[in-house]
Design a protein around this ligand. Sequence first.
Ligand code: SF4
Ligand code: SF4
Length: 83
Amino acid sequence: MAYVITDTCTKDNHCIEACPVNCIHPTPEEAGYEEAAQLFVNPGECIDCGACVPVCPTNSIYVLEELPAELAAFTDKNAAYYN
Ligand code: SF4
Ligand code: SF4
């Protein structure tokens, strides 16, 4: 399981700062940041701590069980960023 970021993300980077295992990318220092439409959670590294959720001002981050059906595609979109 992992948390999932959806396309209401505004790339304000609050979740990057909150994540204890640095599994949200791209960071502003990384290649591809400017081009990225949103940020993505690495499902292989996320420890399901939930720390990113309350810091997101746009409520763009979901625990998998609570991801609305219409946003289901973002599970694969987050994972695909790391493939
Ligand atoms: S805190 Fe929310 S809006 Fe900000 S970068 Fe993370 S997911 Fe995007
Ligand atoms: S749930 Fe925790 S480990 Fe997973 S992306 Fe959010 S802050 Fe990082």
